[in-house]
Write a protein that binds this ligand. Structure first.
Ligand code: DOR
Ligand code: ZN
Length: 438
């Protein structure tokens, strides 16, 4: 009789091509059988009847703040939040304090993951005007998901804003480069013009549509000129989404859960807890983001989990820290969007598993198929639960989605055959590893 380490029995399995009722056999951390395994046995069996088994969902855009302020977030706390929210991997941004911009800091972070991370991790390296000559070597180091360029300033001190430096970054290597795209010159020119009015709403008037569109147009011109593939992070405007449809040869697209879920009414309701870069905008842009999900413009949906202390969020605007927590609430809210008919579970798996794997080149991740890593997110579409702040595992302790009831909830996370979360409990030890990228 065939023996496995783990069998997931009787789930509705979200394959790349269809959802099928299948059993899954896992051996040595890999998918070793897909089909009818009634005659097989295993060390451990999970009853997945009435559940959907998704490929391990990944959040390709998180800021875990380490090194930084452990009272806000750490790799241990942020990855614990990730698995509680049903994720199996996160890609961690480099704008920590200090920022991750050289080989020694990257080595520190890679080693630091061991024994602390609850899920697998990809690591970004930040571009600066001083490390351009090293970027080609840095992107080739193990576990680097991508080089991240802040072409417009945000949290932290990373910034490469001028065309000559951006072109030099693009000529430094060959892998896809990730951009925060807001035109820095327009940001600076408009800063200070919005002192009156509803203070938090001023955030979106300052960092307006033109800031984002101008930044993206400049980056696309340089990407075409140099032939260097680009990934525009958190695309937030209808105008950019329409524009980028003509750049599919060179560009992939991320949209954030926040821009698919929140509109500018949030400024009055949440105050500083609605402030992020690029900003939450009016409904026209939310509708364009959903249209872009439906028509295939969007490759990846992420959270841009960007925790800050309550004190920093409650500072009067414009001193309010920009960024919202989201790593733990991403899957529940996306499942709720599925329940509301805005996308299918197949498309969700494409945006949060296959999409990140394809865009960043993650090895052995992104699909339920023979030989791939045994990473799964188990979801119960019949479960209904409210997001509450006491559930949030990040030390900063808040979410802009408190009170939101979700139809559909993640009830399990399995990473390389290890069951790391089941029914809201984190299990075992932190077995997260750095991911390999091609
Ligand atoms: O709102 C944001 N917060 N946008 C960013 O680009 C950075 C992030 C952070 O690190 O706080
Ligand atoms: Zn970010």
């Amino acid at each position: 009789m065939a023996r496995y380490d783990l069998i997931l029995r009787g789930g509705q399995v979200v394959l790349p091509w269809a959802i099928e009722p299948l059993d899954i056999g896992v051996r040595e951390g890999r998918i070793a059988a897909l089909g009818d395994l009634r005659r097989a046995e295993a060390e451990q069996e999970l009853d997945c009847a009435r559940l959907h088994v998704l490929p391990g969902l990944m959040d390709a855009h998180v800021h875990l703040r380490e090194p930084g302020d452990p009272a806000v977030e750490t790799i241990a706390t942020g990855t614990r939040a990730a698995v509680l929210g049903g994720l199996t991997a996160v890609f961690d941004m480099p704008n920590t304090s200090p920022a991750i911009t050289d080989s020694a800091q990257l080595a520190w972070k890679r080693a630091h993951i061991e024994g602390r991370a609850w899920c697998d991790m990809g690591l970004y390296v930040g571009a600066t005007k001083r490390n351009i000559a090293e970027l080609g070597a840095l992107e080739a180091e193990p576990n680097v998901c991508a080089i991240k360029v802040f072409a417009g300033s945000s949290t932290g001190d990373l910034l490469v804003e001028d065309d000559a430096s951006l072109e030099a970054v693009m000529r430094s290597g060959r892998r896809r480069v990730c951009y925060h795209s807001e035109d820095e010159y327009r940001l600076q020119a408009r800063k200070g013009q919005f002192r009156s009015g509803q203070p938090h709403r001023n955030h979106m008037l300052w960092r307006d549509v033109e800031c984002a569109l101008l930044g993206t147009k400049r980056l696309m011109a340089l990407a075409r000129k140099t032939g260097r593939p680009a990934h525009i992070l958190h695309v937030s405007t209808a105008e950019e989404l329409a524009y980028l449809a003509d750049y599919r040869d060179i560009c992939t697209v991320e949209v954030l859960l926040n821009h698919l879920t929140q509109t500018d009414e949030a400024y009055e309701r949440l105050g500083g807890y609605a402030v992020m870069n690029p900003p939450i905008r009016d409904r026209r842009h939310l509708e364009a983001a959903w249209e872009a999900v439906r028509n295939g413009t969007v490759d990846v949906v992420g959270s841009d989990h960007a925790p800050h202390s309550r004190a920093a969020k409650e500072r009067p605007w414009p001193e309010t820290a920009a960024g919202l927590t989201g790593v733990q609430t991403l899957v529940p809210l996306m499942l709720d969007h599925v329940s509301q008919g805005r996308l299918s579970l197949l498309r969700l798996a494409d945006l949060m598993s296959a999409g990140p794997a394809r865009v960043y080149g993650a090895v052995n991740k992104g699909r339920i198929a023979m030989g791939y890593d045994a990473d799964f997110t188990l979801v119960d579409m019949a479960a209904s639960r409210e997001i509450t702040e006491d559930w949030i595992a990040s030390p900063c302790g808040w979410t802009p989605f408190a009170g939101h009831r979700c139809q559909g909830w993640p009830v399990g996370a399995i990473i390389r055959g290890h069951v790391v979360m089941r029914e809201g409990e984190v299990l075992g030890a932190p077995i997260g590893r750095p991911i390999a990228f091609r």
